[in-house]
Design a protein around this ligand. Sequence first.
Ligand code: ATP
Ligand code: MG
Length: 452
Amino acid sequence: MGVETEFGITAVRDGSPVLSPEEVARYLFRPVVAKHRSSNIFTPNASRLYLDVGAHPEYATAECDSLTQLLNSDKAGELIFDRLAVQAEAALERERIGGEIYLFKNNVDSRGNSYGAHENYLVGRALALKPFSLLLMPHLITRQLICGAGIIKNGRFLISQRADQVWESVSSATTRTRPIVNTRDEPHADSHRFRRMHVIVGDSNMSEPTFALKIGSTLLVLEMLEAGFDMPTFELDNPIEYIRDIAADPTGRTELRLKDGTTATALDIQRETCAAARRWLSHRPDEGTPTAELMGVVTLWERVLYAIETQDFSGVDREVDWMIKLRLLTQFKERLGCEWSHPKLAQIDLAYHDIRRTRGLFYLLQSKGLATRWTTDEAIEAAVSTPPQTTRATLRARFLAAADELGAQVNVDWVHLKANRPEPRTVALPDPFSASNEAVDDLISYMISHSD
Ligand SMILES: Nc1ncnc2c1ncn2[C@@H]1O[C@H](COP(=O)(O)OP(=O)(O)OP(=O)(O)O)[C@@H](O)[C@H]1O
Ligand SMILES: [Mg+2]
C-alpha cells in the first residue's frame, strides 16, 4: 500500500499573502533542487517528493505492507515538508521578503480548487478490475461517515471534502472527470501478478485513528473481496449520484436505491460491511497488517457507527476528523452566535489542517489530549529517515544511501534502481514484497568499486 498526499501552500506576512503559491512552493523545494537538481526525488525513507507545475507539493509514501507502518510513513511526510518549510522561511527572511509558510493537509483551497489524497492498494492480477471496483463502490461512497475530514461549504457543514469533487465511479482519467477508482494500469510491479488499485475519493486525514479507519476498513473490504468471503453486496443503482447527499447528512440516513428495487441507508451499508469485517478477522491469514491491529480498526469502526446511529458523538469525537472538527466549529459558532458561513469559521476550518505542530489547530487539540493517537512521535520520527523494512522500499533506501555516500549518479523509480557510471546498470524490483535481493547488493558493490 502507499498513500499520496498533495498539500496546499501559502506564505503570509502581516496577515496578507506574500508571493504566489507557485513561488512559495519553489522556495520549499529549493534545498531539494540544490541537492538533486530535480523537484521529483526519492527521500532517504524511500518515499517520493514531487513538485509538479502548479502549487501542490506532493509526498507519496514508500510501499508499506501494514497499516501502522503506512500511517508512520504518511505522518513522516508532514515532518519532511514542515522542515523544508522552516528552511524556506529562513530563505524568505534572508531575502527580506519575510513571512510564515503554511502547508495545509486538506483537499480544497479557498478558491475551491481540489487536490488529492490517493490511496494505492496492491491486489492480485486475477481480478477483473471493473467488476471488482463496482463491488468496492458501496464502501467507498459511504466510508466518508467514518473517515471524512469535514468542511464548511456553501453555508453548511459537510462530512467530506472530496465528495464534492468526484463525478464518476470507475475510469481511467484522473483530472477530467475524476473517478472514484482509477483504472489506469500502472502496477509499478510485475504486471502478470499484480494490480495497483488507485482510489482517489478519500479525504486527507489529520487524525491518526481516522487514517487507520480509512485505510484499515478499505483494506479489510479488499481482502474479503479477494478471498471471496461472504459479505453483503449492495448493487447500487447509480453510486455517484449519492456521494454528495451522504456528505451532507451526518445522520447516515441517506437512502440509496438498489438495483433490486429496495433501498438501504448509508449507515446500513457501513454497518453490514463492518459486521462482515468483524467475521473476517477470525478467518483471515495473519499476514501483512497484523490481525490484532485490524481488530483495533473494527472496534473503532463499530464505535463510530454506533455514535452516528445514536447521534451522540461524544464517545468518538476525539478520533474522527469530521467529528473533532465539528465539535470545535460548533463551540465557536455558539460563542459567536453566527451562521456556518461566518469567515471566522472558515478560518478555523482551514487552520485545522495546518501541519505545523506548534500552530495548526488539529495539533493543538492533539497536544491537549483532545485528539487521540494511534501511533507515537518516536515512530513517526523514525519513519522520516528509515524506510519500511518489510518491502522493496528498504532496498531502494539502501541503494540511495550508498549512492549518497559515494556521490554516485543514480536514477530511481518505484520499480528500478539504476547506477549510471561507468556503464549504466539497472536492477528491477518487480515484487514489492521482496525486501532482499542479491542483485541490489551487487549493484551497490559495483558503485563502490567504481567510486573515485
Ligand atoms: N505495486 C504497488 N501496489 C500498491 N501501491 C504501490 C505499488 N507500487 C507503488 N505503490 C505506491 O503507490 C504510490 C505511487 O505514488 P506516485 O505519486 O508515484 O503515483 P502515480 O499515481 O504513479 O503517479 P502520479 O502521482 O505522478 O500520477 C506510492 O505511495 C507507492 O508507495
Ligand atoms: Mg502521485
